[in-house]
Design a binder for this molecule. Structure first.
Ligand code: ADP
Length: 362
């Protein structure tokens, strides 16, 4: 029988201090949980990732072993938590969920390790934010399923090895580049999640409209898909907003004109970009003359956390070629100027034309 999902600290005696840190964790939204696929067959898109996970599941089941440690990376909302949930359901094992920022000290992670049951999954979100000491503490866990605990101090200190049950760590990160290589190397599978295609998002929208008991026309589902920045979490959020709009303004059925009107009211444009995306491009173009400029300068000018810009805003702008990253910083492309309706920048002057030596012979 399937064990329950345990979120946060697995023991009840967590200190007020750790609860405070827990506030940083993403709060589970009950509607979002309802929309989450539960089985591998319900997962839309990410085909090659799903195929590799199916192999890993089958091999683990045949050998009666836990799954290998898996690292998922990719921008927020693309399905990292969903895959962890699906693996836990497919295996019928316990799932514990925590995150890098909540594991401040070795003792914060200890209950997760000692309470882990055979074959269970420990999901660590934002694993790139794990402090170095905690990271090093879990190396022997990932390698040999043991922890080294130091007892006593000074001359009388001794290390004891505590054996653990064999379980799986699934890490999720939006910044795989920030992971140290010893940690990265201890994951046996690395899976990168890509932005979704519009037809995949349209399928997700139709399925989730059904789960929310709402009817949506095919054209409206496509419109939502086109305007969701390749991200299922945003497709869900747009769907929920459009559903509210359709209920308030009409009979609750989502049609194309209603979907368009609702998204316009939310200031989501034709390309799916929201106010924050446009503000980013406007700042880059107007304040920094199109760049190149660093993320910190943009963050300070916009008064938005640098992590929000690099993790949430930039990946899609890069993918749509609205910005490029150069060694000297971010730069707006001609597409960005066009999208905002700004006059296109003049091409860089050809330096050698100004070369007096050359002009001499013209
Ligand atoms: P992440 O952990 O990468 O931030 P989540 O796994 O929480 O993203 O995904 C956000 C939501 O998007 C989920 O609740 C689910 O409804 C939806 N979703 C994500 N990936 C898929 C998928 N492959 N198929 C269907 N729905 C998905």
């Amino acid at each position: 029988m399937r064990e329950p999902v345990i979120k946060g600290e697995p023991n009840e005696h967590d200190s007020p201090d750790s609860r405070k840190k827990g506030e940083e964790k993403r709060q589970a939204d009950p509607v979002e949980e309802k929309l989450r696929p539960q089985k591998l067959s319900e997962v839309i898109g990410q085909k090659s990732v799903a195929q590799r996970l199916a192999i890993a599941l089958a091999a683990a089941a045949k050998r009666n072993e836990p799954l290998p440690h898996i690292l998922f990376d990719g921008p927020p909302g693309l399905g990292k938590t969903t895959f962890a949930t699906v693996l836990h359901n497919e295996l019928g094992v316990e799932l514990n969920i925590t995150s890098g920022p909540a594991l401040d000290k070795k003792m914060d992670v200890m209950p997760f390790l000692t309470n882990a049951s055979e074959g269970s999954i420990l999901f660590i979100d934002e694993i790139h934010r794990l402090p170095k000491t905690v990271e090093e503490f879990i190396y022997p866990v990932m390698e040999d399923f043991r922890v080294d605990v130091v007892l006593g101090e000074g001359m009388s200190a001794r290390t004891i090895n505590l054996p653990l049950k064999r379980f799986t760590i699934i890490g999720a990160t939006t910044r795989s580049g920030m992971l140290s290589s010893p940690l990265r190397d201890r994951f046996h599978m690395h899976e990168h999640l890509e932005f979704y295609e519009n037809d995949e998002l349209a399928r997700i929208v139709v399925i989730n409209a059904g789960k929310l008991r709402t009817t949506i026309s095919e054209e409206a589902a496509w419109e939502l898909a086109r305007r969701s920045r390749g991200t299922p979490r945003l497709a869900n959020a747009r769907l929920r907003w459009v559903r509210d709009f359709a209920t308030a303004r009409a009979d609750g059925q989502i049609t194309l004109p209603l979907a368009r009107e609702a998204l316009e009211m939310q200031e989501v444009d034709e390309q799916g970009m929201d106010r924050q995306d446009r503000r980013y491009l406007e700042t880059l173009i107007k304040v920094f003359r199109g760049g190149p400029t660093g993320a910190e300068a943009l963050s300070a000018t916009m008064n938005v956390a640098v992590d929000t810009l690099t993790d949430e805003v930039e990946p899609y702008l890069l993918r749509k070629h609205y910005i490029v990253r150069t060694p000297r910083g971010r730069r707006a492309t001609v597409e960005a100027y066009r999208h905002l309706g700004f006059p296109e920048p003049l091409p860089e002057p050809e330096l050698n034309l100004l070369d007096p030596q050359r002009r001499l012979f013209d």
